[in-house]
Design a protein around this ligand. Structure first.
Ligand code: HEM
Ligand code: HEM
Length: 166
């Protein structure tokens, strides 16, 4: 599908970037409570209130990420995305690879979580847990990249994920 390349991300795209980022941080920081919730149910014991609340928050936050990602992909297909601010070839390739991997992970994480929880597919749960370190490595690289653009290259990369010209 060919869409003309916009000069900036739209307000909706910027909102979706930060909303999904916040939900992902929540999932990564509190994800282990989901393991405790599952163990309690498997052992036939009643999970304590915090485990119950955090377990359900994990499920609903994960489903919200999936729904918001569908909207994000639809917007990207219809609105497009601004071209990367030109830099060395390697820098552009790394940025594109990390963005592409984020899209894959943000769909794979909720789907494997749902398959593990509702369909009890064990390998899906194992993959789901493996995605955690992958996410962490990518997020660290992504944040270092964003800060590099802001404080070393001093270009507009960070600014365009904060405000829209559209
Ligand atoms: C982008 C969305 C999601 C992210 C980033 C995410 C992340 C995580 C993390 C970090 C853990 C802890 C892994 C560990 O203890 O090593 C976890 C566990 C778990 N998550 Fe998710 N999750 C997401 C969506 C979901 C969804 C939608 C469900 C569906 C119910 C789900 C079900 C589970 C289950 C069942 C576990 C426990 C796995 C186990 O200990 O056997 N997750 N998740
Ligand atoms: C879980 C957290 C995050 C995820 C999954 C994520 C994902 C992404 C993705 C996929 C893009 C490509 C644009 C798009 O297709 O929408 C992007 C762009 C961007 N992100 Fe993040 N991001 C996260 C957190 C952050 C944080 C914490 C910062 C700032 C420190 C940040 C700064 C940026 C910037 C500045 C861009 C624009 C890059 C450009 O267009 O050249 N992101 N992010």
């Amino acid at each position: 599908m060919s869409v003309s390349q916009p000069a900036s991300y739209s307000r909706a795209q910027i909102f979706l970037h930060w909303a999904i980022a916040l939900l992902v941080f929540f999932q990564l920081i509190f994800g282990e409570s989901m393991g405790d919730y599952g163990h309690a149910l498997r052992d036939g014991t009643t999970p304590d209130t915090i485990t119950f609340i955090m377990g359900n928050a994990h499920i609903w936050s994960g489903i919200a990420i999936l729904v918001l990602m569908v909207a994000r992909i639809a917007l990207r297909l219809s609105h497009g995305a601004p071209a990367l601010i030109p830099g060395p070839k390697l820098q552009e390739t790394v940025a594109k690879t990390i963005h592409g991997l984020f899209y894959l992970l943000l769909i794979a994480a909720p789907l494997t979580g749902l398959a593990a929880w509702f369909l009890r597919i064990r390998p899906a749960g194992e993959i789901h847990e493996l995605l955690k370190p992958v996410f962490i490595v990518l997020i660290v690289l992504h944040i270092v990249g964003a800060l590099w653009h802001k404080f070393v290259l001093k270009d507009a990369t960070m600014q365009r994920m904060l405000s829209s010209k559209a």
